[in-house]
Design a protein. Sequence first.
Lengths: 420, 311
Amino acid sequence: MLKFIGIALTIALSIISCHSLPIPSNYTSSQVVNIKLSGWGASPSEQKLLKQVLQNFETQHPNIQVKYEEISDQYMDVMKTRLIGEAAPDVFYLDALEAPFLMSQGVLEPLEQYITPEFDSSDFEVKLLESFKYKNQIYGFPKDYSTLALFYNKKAFALENLSNPPATWDELRTYSQQLTIERQQDGRISQYGFGEIPELARQVYKIKAFGGQVVDDQGYAAFASEAALKGLQLVIDQYQKDRSSVQKSDVGTNSASEMFGQGKVAMTIEGNWAIPFLNDSFPNLEFATAELPRINDVKGTMVFTVAYVMNKQAKHKAEAWQLISYLTGKEGMEKWTGTGFALPSRKSIAQKLGYNQDILRSALVAGVDYATTWQVGKYPAEIMNNFDNQFISVMLGQQPLKQAMERSQAVANKQIKAME
Amino acid sequence: MIQHGGFVVFEVRRRRQTKKNITEDLAGYLFMTPTILVMGTFVVLPILYAVYLSLHKVKLLGGIEYDFIGFRNFTRLVDDERVWIALWNTVQYVIIVVPTQTILALILAVTLNSGIRGRNWWRILYFLPTVTSSAVLALIFMWIYNTDGLLNDFLTFLGLPTYNWLGDPQVALKGIMLMNIWSTAPFYMVIYLAALQDIPQTLYEAAELDGANNWQKFIYVTVPLLKPVTFFVIAMGIIGTFQLFDQSYIFSRGTGGPNNSTLTVVLLIYQAVFRNLQIGYASAIAFLLAFLIITISLIQRRFLGSDKPYS
């Protein structure tokens, strides 16, 4: 018995020690450095594009090998756990929403020191770069972005003799009523005017339009102010009183683009990601985009952006920077955004690729100037979850808006206080 | 989904300390060493560590720091609205699911035991949902529960009202209940079936001689004789349902929505650890759950306890 255990232990130990020994092949070919890169899953064609860009990088930098690892679900949960376990990749995607927390925790490498003049950091859209600054340090460079635009079904518009997209939110509501149609006389509405996503990420510009804000200067929730409620009331009124808008689950779909693509709604508000999706999945759909209708005579939209950041624990920081500076540099970004999956965060590339002239994308590009960055302080999960939870119950008519928002604001702030 | 646990009964007997007994004891412990080591590393140590964690505020990112805060994690529990919502959801879930699945399991087992033709086939058919992974089941049911899905089509066909099963806070948890009853009841049915076959035929014959009809035989012979099994089924059911996690995680994509209606205690623990990185607070919630399950198991032991029928 003991002998057996002894043998088993020896085998186990030898396996473990072999594993931690450096693999000799690594050292033979003139010091090739491995850089680990992680991102979340995207469509297969987007994944293929990224592989191509990385291959280009590797041919230009033969001493660096990039190991790409996709995290398909619950990206931030996984990433935080890996950062704690010191098993995080050297370079990874970071959404602007999650940036304030990670930047404040000191797990990211400040990038200021690596910037060379030829990298030309002033070329980035200022608003996008701002999202990754904390205490006068830059922690990430945005790889791309998207704003929100109004997507409308041209056929549905033509059938109702509507020639122009709505320019104001009031117009959007009258259009929606006109476009809400019961085709078969069976009491079931076959097309709604507008597809609503009642998530905070899609509502901030409405709150801002009346002078409200989501979080205050201290990072506490502040979305229950009179001004904020005015903006949110628009959504509720349309859903409950006009009955001309639907949520994605009301019509059995998983996203706004899906309900739009299936023709269940004639208008919806989506970002750049919807364009390749709609072209792929619904090739016969005739649609167009427009800037979001003005609310309270204020132009507004959201901007979502993602950056490449460097792990503070990265072993080969110089090489990791090489990767970041290629991917967010002029050459890499042109390749990455050239096929239209995402919009370039560099002004020079945007000009070169001509997206401001593109029929479908010009509305998205125009939005970046007046857009609100999707960022809600250091504790986005608390603010978002509490808002979304209560806002849905308001949509369903289970409680009045004011009461729900005050409650969720109070709960969110209590949770934030407990975390600080 | 189902927590299989073993009850280990240690029989401690006081003996006189003779030399022979000491060597015997040593030999005994030697045989138990592997188990003690494994259990110690993976069960006892984590529990002790959880106690330690629950008394600290732990900073995880950027260098781990422990900050002793006494019982503040526990006092925070009382204040946290979401803990109470999660508890209420979980309790609701237990109260509905455990009796339903137990009764359903018993009915299925009795019908199968009554000599239906092709009993083995029925048994396999009933048992299939239990074999399927709960994650896969949840995904399949998300299709079924879709507003344009199978269940709503079926309800319209019958002329009944339809629901937005995944999006309406009023019914979201019920949807998970329905799915879980359907998938776990057969597991307990198999246990009941085994127990039913152990009941001596002579008892039924004796009851028949006394003039009992089928219903009376079921109520006065079968049910009491199944009591020890029922205890096991209910205990396991309660433990399993209190630990509901994967289904509500998949249904709500980890948020516990819509409007916290599918938030369960274990999901809350998960969120506290992996989303908010508050491992100390999460340990406190875990102790609350453990305390609850232990209390309920003890109470239940009182009522259903003893192993002997007719006690």
